[in-house]
Write a protein that binds this ligand. Structure first.
Ligand SMILES: [Zn+2]
Length: 465
């Protein structure tokens, strides 16, 4: 028997530790890890590189500022270069899923270089009623935006495929709606992803800061203080306990939010925690301009330390980038921090940031790195053992890493729709150099060589039923 591919001479990192074995791949699947080199059509020489289960980015926004037929192409290109083999899209639709979901799915299937999965955002009763329509299509997690409502209820939804118009919308995610979503998600056995910021408090905070003519990222942070995160965390965790629903907190980046989550865990809430590379690397104390405006805001150096500690102690489960594929002309379409657009790209720099600042600075081990970048996400979101592992029969998604590779970050490096990056010019040591999706080499040495359309939708299973 001749196999498709064997990856030789790499150090394979699993959540349990490192083993030096060859990875045998056939028909897009892992056949096994062996000491010998069986007959094969392609040999990939690892030359001492690190091989890990393909990285999963749990939190990606694309299809908002360019339609999915373009966004999938550019952002999965950036993903491939960044070593990400599965990108999880935060789908935001204005209308009923029965009308608007299928066109997104059909179009998506033609334009990805890497695999993708979808979280569905819920804004209305009509959408709550159609959550099972989503689970039938393998979309088994739901996003709640507690930050959106009242005076701060403005949001851009995803564009319909092939459109080029922004879809500006206003929504009202009240506590009542949050409770209903949590209740229904629990019934379906699905986790909810929660953006935990209390919109009423944030609305007041912003109003006050504007009245005082405050500006800059520090004003942005104090206008939506960590207290308002803690408040929302408390509210949704109560619902989580009442209905026995798994709560996954997206983009946690402040010490106070982390402390509140520890409290809620003690009370018995089932919680998973995601942080983003920017909360590990940026603070408003050191960051000028408006590029790093994001919700929730980047905080202080002290918060940054707290997030690193939580990561080192495994109080955080996953790394998602909260990547937003937007452009400078929209991002800085205003004279102050209030007029700037929130969110920035980050899917390509996630692994190198974690390797440079985390692994190479001995803050996290390579085993932890694997858990945070794939294994935990696959388990939480119903993709295990298809993804997040190199076990026999799992998808042959492999990211190969050169821990010594140094490179300066530029926005051009990734081929994203975005024309800027908050890490511009930063020298990072530790980069993904080969990205393999279901046995196909999709990117190598900062170049995408895969086929457009190779990326497939990962239909997920229900995890907690
Ligand atoms: Zn987000």
């Amino acid at each position: 028997m001749t196999y498709d591919t064997v990856i030789i001479d790499s150090h394979v990192i699993l959540p349990t530790g490192m083993i030096d074995k060859n990875i045998v791949i056939d028909d897009g699947k892992i056949i096994g890890l062996t000491n010998d080199i069986p007959a094969c059509d392609h040999k990939i020489n690892g030359n001492g590189l690190i091989s890990i289960p393909g990285a999963i980015d749990t939190h990606v926004h694309y299809g908002v500022y360019s339609p999915i037929n373009e966004a999938a192409k550019t952002e999965s290109h950036a993903a491939a270069i960044g070593g990400v083999t599965t990108m999880m899209r935060m789908l935001r639709l204005e209308n009923a899923f029965s009308n608007s979901l299928q066109p997104q799915l059909t179009t998506s299937s033609e334009y990805h270089y890497v695999d993708y999965a979808i979280h569905a955002s819920i804004f209305t009763q009509k959408q709550i009623d159609q959550m099972s329509f989503c689970t039938d299509k393998g979309i088994t997690s739901f996003k709640i935006y507690m930050n959106l409502g009242g005076e701060v209820g403005h949001v851009y939804m995803d564009m319909p495929p092939n459109s080029s118009n922004l879809v500006a919308s206003k929504v009202n995610v009240t506590d009542e709606l949050v409770e209903k979503i949590v209740k229904n998600a629990a019934k379906l056995g699905c986790p909810v992803l929660v953006h935990a910021e209390d919109y009423e408090s944030c609305g007041c905070g912003i109003k006050k800061a504007k009245e005082k003519n405050q500006d800059g990222l520090s004003a942005w942070s104090s206008s939506r203080s960590p207290e308002f995160e803690a408040k929302a965390i408390k509210t949704v965790c109560k619902f989580g306990r009442d209905y026995d629903c798994v709560i996954y907190f997206v983009h946690i980046g402040s010490e106070q939010a982390l402390l509140q989550i520890q409290e809620e865990k003690k009370l018995g809430t089932k919680i998973f925690v995601e942080t983003c590379p920017h909360y590990l690397t940026l603070s408003y104390e050191k960051q000028n301009g408006y590029l790093a405006k994001v919700m929730p805001p980047i905080r202080t150096e002290n918060d940054q330390k707290a997030v690193w500690n939580a990561l080192s102690n495994n109080q955080i489960d996953t790394i998602g980038t909260d990547h937003v594929a937007n452009q400078l002309k929209l991002k800085l379409d205003g004279d102050d921090v209030w007029g700037a657009l929130a969110g920035f790209p980050g899917i390509g720099t996630s692994l190198p940031i974690l390797l440079n600042d985390g692994v190479n600075h001995n803050r996290i081990t390579l085993e932890q790195f694997v858990k945070f970048t794939s294994y935990n996400a696959a388990r939480i979101f119903g993709m295990y053992p298809k993804k997040g592992t190199l076990e026999k029969n799992s998808d042959a998604d492999v990211t190969m890493i050169d821990l010594k590779k140094e490179k300066k970050v530029t926005s051009e490096l990734f081929g994203s729709f975005s024309d800027y990056i908050v890490y511009e010019g930063r020298n990072l040591k530790g980069w993904p150099v080969k990205t393999i999706v279901r046995g196909e080499l999709v990117a190598e040495d900062f170049e995408v060589i895969g086929k457009l359309g190779h990326g497939k939708h990962v239909s997920r299973i229900i995890t907690s039923k």
